[in-house]
Write a protein that binds this ligand. Structure first.
Ligand code: NDP
Length: 366
């Protein structure tokens, strides 16, 4: 972020601000937890993990929409301004880190207490000891994406509020950034059932790595381009805006399309993809649609989306581009890990798949 913004962040940090931020964070997570527990939601059965299939209650979309409507009403009525998230950003960052460490420690000792064993080593703390810890019937891993992404959406909205309160208008770049990031988070909750089949849900234990990613990394780092836009005065030329919209639309089509095709296939191997019955390898691996072109085009689509977020800031600084760069590195690494996992799981069938679909994220390149 610009030097003046980083100076602003430091200047807002005080013990009082951190205590206020901690209260805000606990109230936010607590309300979302109660909402997750008590709001009605569609129940779906997930894949088998450790020999057991679980049922998940999906009410993230309702929680997200209630938060959005509540935030808009509070803002418009003057009851509360989302700009408080901007002024408390640094303090919230400190509070969120403390929360992530405390939550991970609780998870670490909890299993030992339940099973009357020793808590394990550092690896158990970092990578987790349980796949799907639940508390009061709420799956904590699935739940944690809610404060994570709703928090991200609120931070993004606070940037627009601060720009409007400061300058009395919103720039074209800010409007595009808001539309892109809102659609991205809305898509996650609209497609929350797809989350149940992701790598994190199926293959990762719930420890510090995922907890810190959910409560710190995603909300505080993924809004990086938004910081640039608050006081950015250089206008975004309309042809550049059109090109960025096209890139976002293309990325979204790839990201959502690929994820949905796989998800529909997992639920029913007889689905139609692009108007034709799905072609498969042994009924287990999809080779139609995006999955017949690349083994991880969903990752490519998401990188295009994040690049579009960063491009709204123009080329005044390379720092907003850390976000798409980081995601590209993360997903490239993940594609390699996933290939190893699938090779071990599917054996010869995976070999046939990689011979048939040779590229992972970028056809003819990688
Ligand atoms: P995928 O949704 O691509 O899931 C990979 C799994 O899908 C494989 O392990 C395998 O599992 C199954 N699979 C792979 N190929 C096929 C096939 N041809 N047919 C049928 N099943 C197949 O990966 P992730 O869970 O990593 O990611 C999910 C989404 O989350 C992606 O869109 C990604 O971009 C996004 N993401 C975003 C991050 C962020 O920070 N913004 C971070 C990480 C992910 P199985 O055992 O079920 O067959």
């Amino acid at each position: 972020m610009p030097v003046s913004e980083s100076h602003f962040l430091w200047s807002t940090l005080s013990v009082g601000a951190v205590l206020e931020a901690a209260a805000m964070l606990l109230a936010f997570v607590g309300v979302l937890f109660l909402g997750s527990k008590f709001l009605p939601g569609h129940r779906v059965a997930g894949p088998e993990i450790e020999g057991r299939s679980r049922t998940y209650k999906l009410n993230g979309l309702a929680l997200f929409l209630i938060t959005v409507i509540g935030g808009c009403l509070a803002q418009v009525s003057g009851l509360f301004s989302l700009s408080v998230l901007h002024t408390h950003f640094a303090a919230l960052f400190v509070a969120a880190n403390a929360f992530a460490f405390a939550f991970s420690a609780w998870l670490y000792f909890r299993r030992a207490r339940i099973q009357h064993t020793s808590p394990g080593n550092w690896r158990s703390f970092l990578m987790g000891s349980e796949f799907n810890p639940t508390y009061l019937g709420v799956d904590l891993k699935l739940f944690s994406y809610r404060p994570s992404l709703i928090g991200l959406a609120l931070f993004n909205a606070s940037f627009a509020v601060v720009q409007y309160e400061t300058y009395g208008t919103l720039t074209l770049a800010m409007v595009l950034y808001q539309l892109f990031t809102f659609s991205y988070v809305l898509n996650y909750f609209h497609f929350e059932d797809g989350m149940i089949y992701t790598w994190d849900m199926v293959s990762e234990r719930f420890g510090w790595t995922l907890v810190w990613g959910d409560y710190v990394l995603a909300p505080f780092f993924y809004c990086l381009p938004g910081w640039w836009l608050v006081h950015a005065s250089a206008p975004l030329p309309p042809p550049a805006a059109v090109a960025i919209v096209l890139l976002f639309a293309f990325g979204f089509w790839l990201f959502r399309g690929a994820n949905q095709q796989k998800h529909r296939f997992k639920r029913d191997p007889g689905v139609t993809i692009w108007g034709k019955p799905a072609r498969t390898l042994d009924g287990r691996l999809l080779i139609s649609g995006f999955w017949g072109i690349g083994r991880h085009l969903n990752y490519t689509g998401e990188i295009c989306i994040y690049l579009a977020f960063a491009l709204t800031t123009g080329f005044a600084s390379w720092l907003p581009y850390l976000l798409p760069l980081w995601l590209a590195g993360l997903l490239w690494h993940r594609s390699r890990r996933d290939d190893r996992r699938c090779r071990a799981k599917y054996g010869e069938l995976w070999k046939q798949y990689t011979q048939r679909v040779r590229y992972s994220m970028l056809p003819f390149v990688y």
